[in-house]
Design a protein around this ligand. Structure first.
Ligand code: B16
Ligand code: MG
Length: 248
């Protein structure tokens, strides 16, 4: 109603229309996102594509153990913790190792993964994501990271994006991996946000399940045929902003 009155005024008092236009725009901004308090982002596959480096490092380990790891098999590792990923890779190859050897192999894989990650520069952030994070900041919506990775901070520093996040929940903090909701519930608590007023951006089915179990809106980044439980799936952050979120 307020907007209608203002619009009528702007019609009858054209000399004030510019000022009123900006006032209306400000009001619209708050009406678009009245209920979103925080956005929580997965890292790998949402902010940056490190999956290719995980794949190279796991594949080298598999080959060293005498078997190959296909790209399709690697899909099963997305969003899954390092040690759980190791168990899956070993089961694919039918290889059994002692607990000490598992820890040694996981550490070696991580060292190789980090070596590959050091090739990244700020240009490697996925298209449109920086712009979207800027838009959130400009609209007073808090941002948090919710990742299974223990390397999240170092990767965000590498692509110069650490400063975007008001909290980081990563593999060093969580005790239960995705699809458990812990990672995103911790993020919401850090940001003093009600889970029902949080939006999660995820590229892995396990992460979408985690977001839904936390009672949050889940935006899948990728393909709808894979992210079947998401509230909406978009290919990426290009052409995506707060206006598109409103229409979900
Ligand atoms: P790290 P996300 C996940 O990151 C990756 O998708 C998954 O492939 C990886 O195993 C996991 O992090 C642990 O990573 O070995 O660096 O601790 O998608 O949850 O951001
Ligand atoms: Mg991911």
């Amino acid at each position: 109603m307020l907007h209608v009155e203002r619009m009528e005024k702007s019609v009858f008092q054209p000399w004030r229309s510019k000022l009123l236009f900006f006032t209306i725009l400000q009001d619209i901004k708050f009406e678009i996102m009245p209920s979103i308090q925080a956005c929580l982002f997965d890292l790998d596959g949402v902010i940056v594509d490190t999956a290719q480096f995980h794949y190279i490092a796991w594949r080298e380990m598999a080959q060293d153990l005498g078997f190959d790891l296909t790209r399709e098999e690697n899909e099963r590792l997305k969003g899954i913790s390092r040690m759980e990923s190791l168990e899956i890779v070993l089961s694919i190859g039918g290889v059994q190792l002692s607990e000490d050897e598992k820890l040694r192999r996981a550490a070696a894989k991580n060292a190789r993964y980090l070596e590959l990650c050091m090739q990244m520069t700020p240009e490697d952030a996925l298209p449109g994501v920086r712009h979207f994070l800027d838009e959130l900041k400009q609209n007073g919506i808090r941002s948090g990271l919710g990742s299974a990775s223990k390397n999240a901070r170092v990767i965000l520093e590498r692509i110069d994006m650490l400063h975007y996040f008001d909290t980081i929940v990563d593999g060093n903090r969580i005790t239960k991996g995705k699809p458990d909701p812990q990672v995103f519930l911790m993020g919401a608590a850090d940001l003093n946000a009600d889970p029902a007023h949080c939006v999660v951006f995820e590229d892995a089915l396990a992460g979408i399940q985690s977001a839904k179990a936390a009672g949050m809106l889940a935006v899948g980044i990728g393909e709808a045929s894979v992210l079947t439980e998401a509230d909406i799936v978009v290919p990426g952050f290009q052409n995506f902003g707060l206006l598109q979120l409103e229409n979900i």
